[in-house]
Design a protein. Structure first.
Length: 196
């Protein structure tokens, strides 16, 4: 499997935004809350204006595509014009690798029809994967995505190798991503356990 190319997950959205005085940002967002604001998880609809600190940009919903704002109801448009002078500007929002969830990325990387590994065991800072044989060719990419999306909580990603053959039932692991540190501490019921 090739290395993970994070640039393949970049998505650019060409949107419209309203340039408004910063002191009116709350009032404008309250007014536009009913379906006219950009509604994406972890993306704020109000951002700094790159042209100055006196204004803010209020990013409009993807469904508002006409610069004359005719996609909005007349009532909302009239209320907006009563608040302030409306200046519509183009706004490009880039959603990169860091925006997308591990599940979304793995679904795009892995072949269609295979089950996407969606869970893993953790012991302290170590994530333990149990990658099935049909996904072994993708183990490094899966580990990188799990590591990237859970850092700093997860600092080492391992996969079980082979079968358990010793009397203490300790499996062998290969480190797939992160630091080579299998010593971790966990706390249970007030007691701290240091494990390797």
């Amino acid at each position: 499997m090739e290395k993970l190319d994070e640039s393949k997950f970049e998505q650019r959205l060409e949107l419209l935004a309203l340039r408004i005085p910063r002191e009116l940002a709350s009032a404008v967002t309250r007014l536009l809350r009913s379906g006219y604001l950009l509604d994406k998880p972890r993306v704020k609809p109000v951002v700094e204006d790159p042209e100055g600190d006196k204004n803010r940009l209020v990013i409009l919903s993807e469904r508002i595509q006409k610069p004359d704002l005719s996609d909005m109801s007349q009532q909302a448009l009239d209320s907006l014009k009563q608040l302030c002078n409306v200046e519509v500007v183009p706004y490009t929002l880039t959603l990169g690798y860091s925006y997308w969830s591990a599940d979304h990325i793995l679904k795009r990387i892995l072949p269609a029809g295979v089950e996407v590994p969606s869970s893993f065991e953790t012991i302290g800072h170590v994530a333990h994967l149990n990658i099935s044989d049909d996904l072994l060719a993708y183990k490094d990419v899966i580990a990188k995505v799990i590591y990237d999306k859970n850092y700093p909580r997860i600092q080492t990603v391992v996969n079980k190798v082979g079968t358990i053959t010793n009397e203490f039932r300790v499996p062998k692991f290969e480190i797939l991503a992160g630091k080579n540190d299998m010593v971790t501490e966990i706390k249970q019921y007030g007691a701290t356990f240091r494990l390797d």
